[in-house]
Structure formats: structure tokens, C-alpha cells
Design a protein around this ligand. Structure first.
Ligand SMILES: NC(=O)C1=CN([C@@H]2O[C@H](COP(=O)(O)OP(=O)(O)OC[C@H]3O[C@@H](n4cnc5c(N)ncnc54)[C@H](OP(=O)(O)O)[C@@H]3O)[C@@H](O)[C@H]2O)C=CC1
Ligand SMILES: O=C(CO)COP(=O)(O)O
Length: 339
């Protein structure tokens, strides 16, 4: 089998490396820290980000981007959204047009409101950027690393590239679907993190299953409303990268976004929560981006707006919930089915 470069040695990069190595690919796992690369290679385990899961001999960590990219059939970007542009700039001199480019990150850039494939295409240029593939869906690293049954979706403007990615990752415990709706797949994956923060807050405040079901379904409604304005296929939001990822992230203690929200609901301050997490909580920056998009495009996104007030203006979580419950009456399908 071939060689795959995985850029980002956090929890998700490590878990996806395990899938690729299980499929007999040689995995060159890039870490930007020497100490981390050495720890992974010496212990055959990523103790900081995916503790307790053995890595097989096909996975080798390295800090040289040139070495990692050289001869790779595909390059998987899996760093936090805020590092995507920088990593693209660093790798650009080494990437060739025959390499399949995939990303598995979930976010929107607050400064530009761009999706990840848009940011990558800007940095890598039109030739390398035209066939970027996104891999997204309900998939906690902790479960993927333990080979528990998982389903995800790959999408690209060039569907042949998505099919290449599908073939690289697909195996008996990791089932990969294709979907031609790149915008919907990226928007669903990014915005579910906002709703997961909200679900964690709700649980932290001591609210029950009714509140969580409301957040998931009304969260889905506002994601679909924004997606419709961006020309996404509404059916994508009923799929793995929409409702599927909302369920997995809003109902699981594996989710960093849920856990961060839970602490906010219990009264901790955002800065303290982020310090304690020690892993990326994408929902915070994505809340800022989605709020700006909702204002610019005049899309009603009350949950996002409430979380923006909490994250940016320090509004108490209980007040955010009270405001959401006391809005004027509405139709359930407003702005989804009738424009
Ligand atoms: N974990 C999961 O279950 C899933 C995560 N994702 C998405 O994958 C993306 C990555 O998340 P995840 O792996 O979980 O994050 P983690 O917080 O587990 O790890 C982040 C990794 O990125 C590294 N990093 C941070 N900044 C840079 C940089 N500028 N250059 C290079 N490396 C950098 C960190 O290094 P350091 O240790 O030095 O900080 C760390 O190794 C996110 O967008 C997330 O939403 C998607 C699906 C599932
Ligand atoms: O995206 C994920 C699962 O699909 C992981 O979510 P968290 O980043 O909240 O842990």
C-alpha cells in the first residue's frame, strides 16, 4: 500500500493514523514538537492525546514536513482550524499536484468566515486547492482508536478525489460514505460544535433530556437555515455530518465542546475552562464566525447568538437560556421550508 502524510499529531490525527495503518498504509505523522514525535515513536502510543492505544509499526512520527510529504500519495491535514493557514504555508513548497489533499478539521475562520477547504485553497493556490477533500462525521477519536464501529462522510468539488479518500480509509470498523455537497458537509461539521457547547451548558445548569433534545433539533434548524443561504443541500444536514455529528457531540462526555460547555454551565469562566481542557475546543471560535455570518446574511440563529453573548460578552448561562425560551412565537419550519 502507499504512504500517507498526516499533519497534526493530536487526538484526531493519531486516531486517523490508526485507521490508515490498519489498512496497511505507511503513515508519516507530522508533529510540530520534537518531544512529542519522540514520545510517540519511543512508546508506540500518543500519551498526551490518545492514551492507552497502541500504535503499530507502520506509524512513524516526524517533525520534518519535507520528509513527511515526500513520496506521499495523500496528505491529511488535521490540525486545529486556527493552525490551518500556517500549516498550508509551511507545506506548500513540498506538495505536488498528484497528491490527494484531505482535511478532517472542523471549524470556520472568524476573521473571514471561510470554511476550511476555502482557507486551504487560498493558501495552496488553485491548482492544489481544486480537489480538496473533507472527511467529517460522528467520530470521537477515543472510539475510532479502539476500532469501534464508526461512519463518516467524504466530500470534494472533485468527487473522484473523494472516492480516493474513501478507499484509503474504509475498513471493517470505519465505514466511509461520499457526498457531493462540500459546503453542507463542512458547515454541519463546524457548526455542531456550537450546539455541543450549548448542550454541555444545559447539562451543567442541571437541565434534562428535554432541553438537550430541544438544543439538538433547534440547533439543526439554525444550521440548516444558514446552510440553505450558502447553497448547501438541506438533506446533508439530515445525514452523518449534520444530525449524526450533533448527536455524537451533544450527548457524549468524549466531546471537548460538550465538556467545556458543561463547565461553563457550572459557572466556570471561559478562560479557566479553556486552560483546563488542554485540547482544542473549536466551538468557541466557530461561535464567533457563525454569529457574524448570521448577521451578514440575515439568518435567524438564536442559539448561536445566545452563545456568542456568553462567549464574547460573558453573559451568564442561565440568562442565555431564559432569553432563548422567552422569544416571540415562531413556526417550526420558518426559513427552512419556505425561504
Ligand atoms: N478529537 C476528535 O475526536 C475529533 C477532532 N476533529 C477535529 O480535528 C481537528 C484537530 O483536533 P484534535 O486532533 O482533536 O485536537 P487536539 O487538541 O487533540 O490536538 C491538536 C494537535 O494540533 C497541534 N497543533 C496545534 N497548533 C499547531 C500548529 N500551529 N502547527 C502544528 N500543529 C499544531 C497540537 O500540538 P501541541 O500539543 O503542541 O499543542 C496537537 O498535537 C479539530 O478541528 C477537531 O474539531 C474532528 C473529528 C473528531
Ligand atoms: O467532532 C467530534 C466528533 O465527531 C469531536 O468533537 P469534540 O471536538 O467536541 O471533542
Amino acid at each position: 500500500m502507499g504512504k500517507i502524510a498526516v499533519l497534526g499529531s493530536g487526538s484526531w490525527g493519531t486516531a486517523l493514523s490508526i485507521v490508515l495503518a490498519d489498512n496497511d498504509h505507511e503513515v508519516a505523522l507530522w508533529s510540530h514538537r520534537q518531544e512529542q514525535a519522540e514520545q510517540i515513536n519511543n512508546d508506540r502510543e500518543n500519551k498526551q492525546y490518545l492514551e492507552g492505544i497502541q500504535l503499530n509499526h507502520l506509524i512513524h512520527a516526524d517533525t520534518s514536513l519535507e520528509q513527511v510529504i515526500k513520496g506521499a500519495d495523500a496528505i491529511l491535514f488535521v490540525v486545529p482550524t486556527k493552525a490551518i493557514r500556517q500549516v498550508c504555508q509551511q507545506v506548500k513548497p513540498y506538495v505536488t499536484s498528484d497528491q490527494t489533499i484531505i482535511h478532517a478539521s472542523k471549524g470556520i475562520e472568524p476573521e473571514t468566515n471561510k470554511r476550511i477547504s476555502e482557507m486551504m485553497a487560498e493558501e495552496l493556490g488553485p491548482e492544489l486547492g481544486k480537489g480538496i477533500v473533507v472527511l467529517s462525521g460522528p467520530s470521537h477519536a477515543e472510539e475510532v482508536g479502539r476500532r469501534q464501529p464508526t461512519t463518516v462522510t467524504v466530500s470534494s468539488l472533485q468527487i473522484d478525489q473523494a472516492i480516493i479518500a474513501q478507499d484509503l480509509f474504509m475498513n471493517e470498523s470505519f465505514r466511509v460514505y461520499t457526498n457531493e455537497d462540500l459546503v453542507g458537509v463542512e458547515i454541519g461539521g463546524a457548526l455542531k460544535n456550537i450546539i455541543a457547547l450549548g448542550a454541555g451548558i444545559s447539562d451543567g445548569l442541571g437541565y434534562g433530556d428535554n432541553a438537550k433534545a430541544a438544543l439538538i433539533t433547534r440547533g439543526l434548524a439554525e444550521i440548516a437555515r444558514l446552510g440553505k443561504h450558502l447553497d448547501a443541500n438541506p438533506l446533508t444536514f439530515a445525514g452523518l455530518t449534520g444530525v449524526g455529528d450533533l448527536i455524537v457531540t451533544c450527548t457524549s462526555q468524549h466531546s471537548r465542546n460538550w465538556r467545556a460547555g458543561n463547565m461553563l454551565g457550572k459557572g466556570y469562566k471561559l478562560d479557566d475552562v479553556l486552560d483546563q481542557m488542554g485540547m482544542v475546543v473549536e466551538g468557541v471560535r466557530t461561535t464567533k464566525a457563525a454569529y457574524q455570518m448570521s448577521k451578514k446574511l440575515e439568518v435567524n440563529m438564536p442559539i448561536t447568538e445566545g452563545l456568542y453573548e456568553l462567549v464574547v460578552n460573558d453573559k451568564p448561562a442561565k440568562d442565555v437560556v431564559d432569553d432563548l425560551m422567552n422569544r416571540s412565537k415562531a413556526d417550526e419550519l420558518e426559513q427552512i421550508s419556505n425561504g
